[in-house]
Every structure is written in structure tokens, then in C-alpha cells.
Design a protein around this ligand. Structure first.
Ligand SMILES: *[C@@H]1O[C@H](CO)[C@@H](O)[C@H](O)[C@H]1NC(C)=O
Ligand SMILES: *[C@@H]1O[C@H](CO)[C@@H](O)[C@H](O)[C@H]1NC(C)=O
Ligand SMILES: *[C@@H]1O[C@H](CO)[C@@H](O)[C@H](O)[C@H]1NC(C)=O
Ligand SMILES: *[C@@H]1O[C@H](CO)[C@@H](O)[C@H](O)[C@H]1NC(C)=O
Length: 434
């Protein structure tokens, strides 16, 4: 998890900037004034940059410096769709935020369905099963807006189409509120900082298996692990699995469990990230004079001719007060996200010339398929599974929220505080407890 999540968050910034500017206006697009927290992290400075959506042939939507002109263009092209989208996303987010209040009161949920139901009733559960496109059409967003704008945002954040489930889609589109931000020094500092804060005893090794053992009538979990030289094992009262249990992601075997615990169906979606230092070929986007190319990021529509999902000019993890983006005719660092590795010809199409290319393949999020049911949280009495939440939506915030739920659930179960598990009508209970 530690190596995947920072990318997810960084990638979130892309749609955040586009829709943030398009929908919310420039003032709310770049927040990032949250106070440094317990682990002393600060938000990274935002660097302004305009976005456009490319269809493979032309730019279908271009952001300008003028907020009113952006609004006007949206209105002209798409009518009221973007307001309907905004209302839909806001409603989902407002309900989702209830979880923090419930957790502050110690309430936990034993399944993802129960958790979703308590936040947004059956509708939230259904939103993990039906597509973004279907849900948006239902609230009156037009097909054209979905194809041009929603598809572009989802391609850049999840590398997937508008057929992905509505809940994950809404979370991704919530960047429209403009309040996503990155951590100065890199988002990975969240993981290392939290680990240090817990003062946990960390065994640096790969877990290979968990088996159920009993000692004096008490159930214990034996966790086996290995590193490059050695193997070892230890006994625990309680175990939380915090890695995706899918055959292509982890090789943890479970022994002596009845019913047996096996991998869950579904796979993770590979996204190729190519970081290129070079000169962008602005002609390809319809700007023969590179000096006139005004965009820092390009999203794409779902078109069969396109060989990439998104492209953006990336900034360092630390940004000084004097930092500025490179001029469009200068060599700069660009990140290209694609489904397949880019070949020489494709690189030559996007870049006039380049100094270096670094390629990374990430299995950053599930390959969403709306028909799958959600994995369980409780695998056995005191054996819990965290990453199933990624099938609801995949981001650092979702996983952090799910981790807190597992911690509360484990605690409440251990101390038999059943009142605090799967309670109904929590909105009401939380109000009267205050
Ligand atoms: C959820 O979906 C089921 C079947 O797809 C449907 O019968 C039910 O009415 C839906 N519930 C809500 C609240 O949308
Ligand atoms: C970048 O920011 C982090 C976090 O604030 C800090 O620890 C680090 O020293 C900074 N690095 C540079 C090169 O300024
Ligand atoms: C799981 O095991 C297989 C076969 O031993 C290996 O090829 C694969 O890389 C392993 N996967 C992970 C995620 O460790
Ligand atoms: C740049 O884009 C133009 C227009 O699509 C194309 O003709 C050209 O081959 C591309 N590559 C370079 C290196 O100019």
C-alpha cells in the first residue's frame, strides 16, 4: 500500500485542477492552507496551470485565464449539465463526510455495505454496483458532457471509463470541489510519518501466510514471513491484512480456516506512467508555435485512436516561493499516463525531442467491474481485511478511513462493545450524544 497510494493522490490533483477551475472558480481551486498536523507535514504549494481536453484530433474543451469565460463555454457547450454534476458530487461528499463524525464517537462497521448504508442508505450500496454514466444520466447530466468531460477525468484518475461504478467515480469527481492537495516533500511522508508516530515494532519482511492455531483453547494467528535470507514467524491475537488479496497482488496463504479464506475475485488495473524530460510537440495538439501552447495538463476523451490517457507537466515535491513552470518552448518534465508502454513512434509524436524517459508500471487501483460484490472486512474472529475498501473507491483518504474503521471494529469486538458496531440511525444517535 505504501508504494501505491502516493501516486493515487498525486494523480487526483489532475482532475482537481481542471474541474476545480471549471466548476468552482479560481479562488477555491488551490486551497492547501491546512495546518501542519501531528506528524509535522505541510501542504505543498500549488502551482497554477491550465488544462484542456483532447479528443485525438482537437481540443474539445480549453481552460482560459478568465473564470467567466470558462463558465460561459461550459454553459454554451453543455447547458446545465455541469451544475447538475456539481450538485450530485456535493451530495455524495456531504453524506460521505458523516463517517468522520461516527468514527469520532467510536462507531464501527463490520462490512463495507453496512458502512455505506449508514452514510447514504441503499443508494450508496447501489452506487458501487451501477455505473457513473447511468447515475449521471439519471440526474440529468447529458451524454455529451459525460463523453467529453466525465470520461476525461476518469481516464486520468482511474484509467477507466464511465462504466466504472458511480461511487468511485463520484470520489474522483470530488476533485471538482478543489480541495485535494499534496504533501510537501511527497505524499509518501504520510506513511513513514504515521508509522513513526505509532512507535510500532516493524518486522521488515514479506508475509507469506497466516494460520489459525490454538493454545489452551484460545485462538491465535501464526504469521509466517520471509526476507531475502531468512524465514520467521510470530503469534498474534489480532491480525489486519493491509494489502490487496488478489492472486496477482499478494501471495499470502491462509491455513486451518473453516470455511477456507482464499483470494478475492477481480484484478488490479495497470497504468503506465512515463516521466519524460523533453520538448513537448505542441503541433500535435494544434499549436504549431510552441510558445503559444498554454496548457500544463491535457486530459483525453475515450477515443480508440488515442494511445495515452493524460499528460501533465509535473512539479517537484518541494516548491519554493520563486518556482515557476517552464515556458512551453523550454524542455520540461512531463508525465504521460497510458495503458500500454509508449513506443518510440508514440514518444516522437508527443515530444519534439527528449533527454530521458523513465517508465513505471503501477497497479494503482482495482480494475472496476460494477457487477462484483464487495469483499468482507472480517475474515475470521480477530482477522481483518483493510483493502477491500478499494473496491468502493481507491484513494489515500478512503484507505485511511477504512483503517480507522478496522481499528475501531477490532477494539469494539475485543471489548464486546457491540453497541458500537453496525448501529442504525447513527445520524440521530450522534446528535443526541453530543
Ligand atoms: C438498488 O438496486 C436494486 C437492484 O438493482 C433496486 O431494486 C433498488 O431499488 C435500488 N435501491 C435504491 C435505493 O436505489
Ligand atoms: C522538502 O520538504 C520536506 C518536508 O517539508 C523537507 O523535510 C525537506 O527537507 C525538503 N527538501 C528540500 C530539498 O527542500
Ligand atoms: C507470487 O508468487 C509467484 C510465484 O511464486 C511470483 O511469480 C509472483 O511474483 C508473486 N507475487 C507477488 C506479488 O509477490
Ligand atoms: C509532432 O506533431 C505533428 C502533428 O501531429 C507531426 O506531424 C509530427 O510528426 C510530430 N513529431 C515531431 C517530432 O514533430
Amino acid at each position: 500500500m505504501a508504494e501505491r497510494q502516493p501516486l493515487r493522490w498525486a494523480m487526483r490533483l489532475l482532475p482537481a485542477v481542471v474541474l476545480g477551475l471549471l466548476l468552482a472558480g479560481p479562488s477555491s481551486a488551490a486551497t492547501g492552507d491546512a495546518p501542519p498536523g501531528k506528524i509535522g507535514l505541510k501542504p505543498r504549494r500549488e502551482v497554477a496551470g491550465k488544462s484542456a481536453i483532447f479528443s485525438g484530433e482537437q481540443l474539445v474543451l480549453e481552460e482560459t485565464d478568465w473564470y467567466l469565460l470558462n463558465l460561459f463555454r461550459l454553459w454554451w457547450h453543455y447547458g446545465i449539465s455541469f451544475l447538475r454534476l456539481q450538485m450530485w458530487v456535493e451530495e455524495v461528499m456531504e453524506k460521505f463526510m458523516r463517517i468522520y463524525k461516527y468514527q469520532a464517537h467510536g462507531y464501527a462497521f463490520s462490512s463495507l455495505e453496512e458502512l455505506l448504508r449508514s452514510l447514504g442508505s441503499e443508494t450508496f450500496v447501489n452506487m458501487t454496483q451501477r455505473s457513473v454514466a447511468e447515475s449521471l444520466l439519471e440526474v440529468g447530466v447529458t451524454q455529451r458532457f459525460i463523453d467529453d468531460v466525465i470520461a476525461a477525468v476518469l481516464r486520468s484518475s482511474y484509467g477507466q471509463s464511465v462504466l466504472m461504478p458511480a461511487f468511485a467515480g463520484a470520489m474522483s469527481l470530488a476533485g471538482a470541489q478543489g480541495n485535494t492537495w499534496a504533501v510537501e516533500g511527497g505524499n509518501k511522508l504520510v506513511c513513514s510519518g504515521l508509522l513513526k508516530l505509532t512507535k510500532a515494532n516493524v518486522v521488515q519482511a514479506r508475509v507469506t501466510g497466516v494460520s489459525l492455531q490454538s493454545s489452551n483453547g484460545k485462538a491465535l494467528y501464526q504469521v509466517r514471513y520471509e526476507d531475502d535470507e531468512d524465514q520467521g514467524s510470530a503469534f498474534y491475537d489480532m491480525v489486519v491484512i493491509a494489502t490487496p488479496l488478489h492472486f496477482d497482488r499478494s501471495n499470502i496463504t491462509f491455513e486451518n480456516f473453516d470455511p477456507p479464506i482464499t483470494d478475492f475475485p477481480g484484478s488490479f488495473h495497470p497504468t503506465i506512467s512515463s516521466v519524460v524530460h523533453g520538448y513537448l510537440n505542441s503541433s500535435y495538439f494544434g499549436f504549431p508555435d510552441p510558445k503559444l501552447f498554454p496548457f500544463a495538463s491535457i486530459l483525453t476523451t475515450d477515443s480508440p485512436d488515442l494511445f495515452f490517457n493524460a499528460l501533465d507537466n509535473i512539479c517537484p515535491v518541494n516548491i519554493s516561493g520563486t518556482f515557476r513552470r517552464k515556458q512551453p518552448q523550454e524542455a520540461a518534465v512531463w508525465r504521460v499516463l497510458s495503458q500500454q508502454p509508449l513506443d518510440k513512434q508514440q514518444l516522437k509524436t508527443l515530444f519534439r525531442s527528449y533527454y530521458s524517459v523513465q517508465v513505471m508500471e503501477w497497479e494503482a487501483y482495482p480494475h472496476y467491474d460494477s457487477s462484483k460484490s464487495l469483499p468482507p472486512i472480517i475474515l475470521h474472529d480477530n482477522l481483518f481485511y483493510l483493502n477491500g475498501v478499494e473496491w468502493v473507491a481507491s484513494s489515500m483518504e478512503m484507505v485511511a478511513m477504512a483503517a480507522k474503521n478496522v481499528a475501531l471494529l477490532a477494539y469494539n469486538r475485543w471489548y464486546q462493545d457491540l453497541e458500537k458496531i453496525d448501529q442504525k440511525d447513527l445520524m440521530h444517535k450522534v446528535k443526541t450524544e453530543l
